[in-house]
Design a binder for this molecule. Structure first.
Ligand code: FE2
Length: 145
């Protein structure tokens, strides 16, 4: 199980950085798309916070220890932070790019959990990945001309 908890900690760190990116976008988005995106980014960071919690609790349930500091989470995350001013559409595109990566990593770890007969982890991660698929569809539809 050690490998799975390491992978779950990796995913926890990735989602923590994604969470913070959604928050700064929620706070700073501007323009005619403000109301739609302000709301959507809040939905995304709320979902990300729930996932961080579920990932951390699964790590503990498996006998591991969640990464406990923001500094360690940032250094562990495979997603980069974003402190730059962005256009509304650039924000959406960045989140699509991140969600593509998160979905790939979620399915990789889900497959490892499946091989370890850890169906609880498998189902949790596949649920997150499936939800990302719907979110990416909506965000891409939003950007379409
Ligand atoms: Fe807010």
């Amino acid at each position: 199980m050690t490998d799975i908890t390491n992978d779950l900690n990796q995913l926890l760190a990735d989602h923590q950085v994604f969470y913070q990116k959604c928050r700064i976008y929620h706070w700073t988005v501007q323009g005619p798309l403000f109301f739609a995106l302000h709301q959507k980014f809040e939905e995304l960071y709320t979902e990300a916070a729930l996932r961080v919690d579920e990932l951390a609790e699964r790590i503990v349930a498996l006998g591991g220890r969640p990464i406990g500091t923001l500094a360690k989470q940032v250094s562990t995350s495979r997603l980069g932070e974003d402190g730059e001013a962005r256009s509304a559409k650039a924000m959406v595109q960045n989140l699509i790019d991140d969600l593509e990566k998160l979905t790939l990593w979620l399915r990789e770890t889900a497959a490892d959990a499946g091989e370890a007969n850890d169906s609880a982890t498998l189902n949790m991660l596949e649920g997150f990945a499936d939800a990302n698929g719907k979110t990416m569809w909506m965000l891409r539809a939003f950007l379409a001309d």
